[in-house]
Write a protein that binds this ligand. Structure first.
Ligand SMILES: Cc1cc2nc3c(=O)[nH]c(=O)nc-3n(C[C@H](O)[C@H](O)[C@H](O)COP(=O)(O)OP(=O)(O)OC[C@H]3O[C@@H](n4cnc5c(N)ncnc54)[C@H](O)[C@@H]3O)c2cc1C
Ligand code: FES
Length: 363
């Protein structure tokens, strides 16, 4: 028998993995992923939004409510006991008073309270167009947030079901900030991005859960960096390489940032890259890869420290690396086909170990 969300109570949840059990309490209607992470429990995830499949658990005892049965990560062979932690809420405990699931990557580790993500109230403060179908969005939060360079938030829009992932497009100050910046690409017919592109979006109230994500810059990594950012992946590139710039990483290490854009009209988005080039100095090389055949930047277009090359981001990256493959850490963000093309070059040609390649796929 189904229980309506209004009549439900919080449920204790155990997710048992190969190296221990993550235990947490889930409030009615709350996704199991949010419940776990806000309490510091260790469960695997990547996209937080129903596409990657990393959070797919199996229900052993008790019942879950499937919030989005069509989530792509369920795939064609959707078993009745499959539960994406990011797309399920607790419905009822099992025989022993707990909801029991299994998921290999879960463990009993607990993260310290100051590092856990949480829900924020957010207000859209400013929206500026920065290219074809690309906007910069500034949001004010109800309290300061601290995040690592490369992380993202899940945003909840009024009247739109489910969270939408957007990367923070600037590194967070050490003291935290009650402002976050996004770079958003319009998805035709997509309710959340259309919401942000509407004229009346400034002033709107949203909710955000964050910070999330493991593809983050580690200031102690001691490696040269390569970062490839396709389209709206620009946000991730600005955050990761901006964080490395602020940490002074390019005074002792080299870095290459390749931003894949389609046409010169998108070049309007690059003022922030120019500023980064100026601060980082000669250790960081910034290249715009223009993929639409035959396109050239407008005459006189130039941003000091930013080069423009013709071609797909993965080819431009390969050329720019010029055989320099040792001691590298790679960061990649953008649409799935671009991520796959870049991974192929990094793994097969540059022979980078898989652990040195961190990706955020923008599904
Ligand atoms: C880690 C990550 C970081 C990203 N960063 C950026 C970024 O910085 N800039 C950018 O432009 N894009 C980014 N994206 C892509 C962005 O999330 C999508 O373009 C956005 O969700 C589109 O929303 P939409 O409503 O306009 O379109 P839709 O096509 O309606 O949205 C698709 C997404 O909405 C969610 N969704 C749809 N229906 C439901 C439902 N019923 N229940 C629950 N969820 C649902 C799912 O997440 C799905 O992937 C990122 C994606 C990921 C995974
Ligand atoms: S984290 Fe749940 S499907 Fe990606």
């Amino acid at each position: 028998m189904l229980t309506s969300a209004a009549n439900r109570q919080a449920v204790t949840v155990n997710v048992t993995g190969r190296s221990g059990t993550a235990t947490f309490t889930a409030a009615p209607g709350e996704t199991l992923l949010e419940a776990a992470l806000r309490q510091g429990a260790d469960v695997p995830y990547s996209c937080g939004s129903g596409s990657c499949g990393l959070c797919k658990a199996r229900v052993i005892s008790g019942r879950v409510e499937t919030l989005w049965p069509e989530a792509p990560a369920y795939g064609k062979k959707h078993r009745a006991d499959d539960a994406l932690l990011c797309q399920c809420a607790a419905e009822a405990p099992g025989n022993h008073g707990t909801l029991e699931l299994t998921l290999g990557g879960a463990s009993g580790a607990i993260s310290p309270p100051g590092t856990r993500p949480g829900r924020f109230d957010a207000r859209v403060l400013r929206i500026d167009p920065i290219g074809d179908d690309l906007i910069e969005v500034e949001l004010g939060l109800d309290r300061p947030i601290r995040y690592a360079a490369g992380q993202f938030g899940l945003f909840y829009f009024p009247g739109i079901v489910g969270g939408r992932a957007f990367s923070f497009a600037a590194p967070s100050p050490d003291t935290g900030s009650d402002r976050v910046l996004l770079v958003v690409k319009r998805k035709l017919g997509g309710p959340a991005t259309e919401f942000l592109f509407a004229r009346n979006a400034p002033g709107s109230r949203l909710e955000m859960f964050g910070p999330l994500g493991h593809a983050i810059f580690d200031p102690g990594c001691g490696r040269d960096l390569i970062c490839v950012a396709g389209g709206s992946g620009l946000s991730f590139g600005l955050s990761v390489m901006g964080g490395a710039t602020l940490a002074g990483h390019f005074s002792t290490h080299r870095g290459i940032l390749v931003v894949g854009l389609r046409r010169p009209s998108d070049l309007a988005s690059l003022a922030r890259l120019g500023a980064m080039a100026e601060t980082a100095g000669p250790g960081l090389r910034i290249i715009i890869a223009l993929s639409d055949e035959g396109t050239v930047p407008p005459e006189g277009w130039t941003v000091p420290g930013v080069e423009v090359m013709q071609g797909f981001a993965h080819d431009v990256m390969h050329t720019a690396m010029a055989g320099h493959h040792a001691n590298l850490m790679a960061y990649v963000a953008g649409p799935p086909p671009m991520i796959q093309a870049v991974q192929r070059v990094l793994l097969l040609e540059a022979k980078l170990p898989a652990g040195n390649i961190l990706c955020d796929t923008f599904y």
